[in-house]
Each structure stands twice: as C-alpha cells, then as structure tokens.
Design a protein around this ligand. Structure first.
Ligand code: NAD
Length: 296
C-alpha cells in the first residue's frame, strides 16, 4: 500500500485564495483593509527569512503588512511600548512578535502584552485558556493548519484515536486541544513516554512534533493511519543539506493511509493560517461574521 500524499503546498494555496477573497470583500463592502504587524528583534537569520515570507504573503493576499525591525539590544520597555502602540492602532488587526527573542527579553511578558484579539499566533495566555475551555480564540497557526488538513482528509474526526508526539506550547499542546475539540481520543506522548512505539501503533492519527530527524519509523504506524509530520530538521545526506521530518517518510508511506511530506506538508500551512487568523481577527474587531472554513 502507498499512502496518499497530503499536499500542504496546494492546500495552503487554497487557504490563501480564500483569505484573498475575504480581503476583497472586506475592502469592497466595508472599506476595511486587514493589517498584520510583524515585529522582529535582532538578526537571527532563520527569523529574518520567516519575517520576509510572512510580509510577502501578507501583501499578496491584499492585506497591509507593517514590518518593525528592532536592534538586538532593544530594551524591554521599548518593545512593550511598540506593542502597546500596535494594540491601539485600528489599522492593525494582527500582531506577531517573531520568536525567539534575544535572551534579555522576557518572551512570556512580551507575548502577554499583545491584545488577545490581535494575537494571531495564539500564544497569549488568554487564547491558551479559551482554546482549553473550547471557546472562541486565536488558534496557533501550525496546529490550525494541521487540523484543517485532517478535517479535509477525514471529514469527521469524531472517535478517532490520535497520538500527538511532543508537548510544546506552540505545537503539541494546542494540537491536542484541537483534536479533543473534534472529539478524538487524544494521547500526548513526549520524551518521557514509555513504549512510544506501542503508543503510536494505536493511533488512527499521528501528529509528530518533536524535532528529531526521522525518529518515527514506518513499523510504528498502524496500517492506514493518517500521519501529520510537523518536524522540520536539516540534515546532511549524501553530501547534501536536506530537510526531513520527524517521521521516516520512506518507510511510513508504505504503511500509512495518508501522510504529509517534508518539505511541502505542514510547513506551507503555517503562514497561510497566519493570514487566515488575521482576516478572522479583522472580522471580529469589526463585528462582522467570521470567514467560514478558516477557523477551528
Ligand atoms: P520543542 O522542542 O518545543 O518540543 C519538542 C517536544 O518533543 C517536547 O515536548 C519533548 O517532550 C518531545 N520530545 C523530545 N524528544 C522526544 C523523544 N525522544 N520522544 C518523544 N518525544 C520527544 O519543539 P516544537 O517547537 O514543538 O517543534 C517541534 C518540531 O516541529 C521542530 O522540528 C520544529 O522545527 C517543527 N515546527 C514546524 C513548524 C511548521 O511550520 N511546520 C512550526 C513549529 C515547529
């Protein structure tokens, strides 16, 4: 058996198309242009790449992009003042502070200073609590994108056994909450889980978010299961620098029913969902009905 490959790149393009449609409608019918502000502190090369593609894709769907680049030695007070200014700016509907921040800045403090309604990354403690209690919130982009692909593939997820490997606040925990919200029976596995292989073998849905190259071999996967590989790991293979996931794609694709590749799976969905969250935030801020299919 060969798994269906879930094409995240194509899926992300359809999400961006939907977002662009809503942006057009907001401009034409309401005279509002959704705006996303991205704050980058310092010169981390990976962060610079992310911020650049976020800005580019924001403009491509017709939204306003506001980029704020601050020096690595920016004080906490100055960063908080900028966030406060963006919180109070009615043309800004989404605010994203690119992580990681330089060591002298308190990430929790900065994230929790963003207005929860504009927290398009979904990391504010209020959004975490709202998601945990099944209320309307801003949902972290990577888990939201993973959920969209799972819903698209399965229709209903109700009653399915889901195993999430990884318990980070950014991916693992919100992913587990979303799956629970869709009535899966959810297990969160992590670095101290005993008999991980046996735990994974029970799953109809496996979400791997660990950051260890190809750690999940095909023989851990239940035949026909759906595999969402969140991991992005850069390794050397045959003298080349390549990206691989947390799942051993070569062996897993012969067992799984469906699987996301790396690259081209979850990765492209993350920025698409950031744009989706920004449109959602804009609609909510203006008391308009939310775009369908773009929220959890
Ligand atoms: P993290 O380091 O914060 O968390 C990793 C988790 O894996 C931890 O909870 C830990 O308990 C668990 N873990 C570590 N070793 C383990 C083991 N041997 N067995 C089982 N569990 C183990 O990482 P993160 O931020 O959640 O990211 C995870 C991966 O997803 C990384 O590769 C990251 O690059 C990738 N990622 C991708 C996207 C995307 O857009 N596709 C977004 C965010 C993260």
């Amino acid at each position: 058996m060969t798994a269906q490959i879930i094409d995240g790149k194509a899926f992300a393009a359809t999400v961006r198309e939907k977002v662009a449609g809503h942006v057009t409608r907001l401009k034409e019918e309401n005279g509002i242009t959704p705006g996303l502000a991205v704050v980058l502190v310092g010169e981390d090369p990976a962060s610079q790449v992310y911020v650049r593609s976020k800005g580019k894709q924001t403009v491509e769907v017709g939204m306003n992009s506001f980029e704020h680049k601050l020096d690595a030695d920016t004080s906490e007070a100055d960063l908080l003042a900028l966030v406060d200014q963006l919180n109070n700016d009615p043309t800004v509907h989404g605010i994203l502070v690119q992580l990681p921040l330089p060591k002298h800045l308190n990430e929790d403090l900065v994230i929790n200073s963003i207005s929860p309604e504009k927290d398009v990354d979904g990391f504010h403690i209020s959004n975490v609590g709202l998601l945990g209690t099944g209320q309307k919130s801003m949902v972290p982009c990577t888990p939201l994108g993973s959920l969209m692909m799972l819903r698209d593939h399965h229709g209903s997820l109700s009653g399915l056994d889901a195993v999430v490997i990884g318990r980070s606040n950014i991916v693992g925990k919100p992913m587990a909450q979303l799956l629970l919200g869709d009535s899966c029976t959810v297990t969160i596995a992590h670095s101290r889980t005993k008999d991980l292989a046996d735990v994974v073998r029970r799953a109809d849905i496996v979400v791997a978010a660990v950051g260890r190259p190809e750690m999940v071999p095909g023989d851990w996967i239940k035949p026909g299961a759906t595999v969402i590989d969140v991991g992005i790991n850069r390794i050397e293979r045959e003298g080349k620098n390549v990206l691989v996931g947390d799942v051993d794609f070569a062996s897993a694709k012969d067992v799984a029913g469906a699987i996301t590749p790396v690259p081209g799976g979850v990765g492209p969905m993350t920025i698409a969902c950031l744009l989706a969250n920004t449109v959602t935030a804009c609609c909510r801020a203006n008391g308009l009905s939310e775009p369908e299919g773009l929220t959890a």
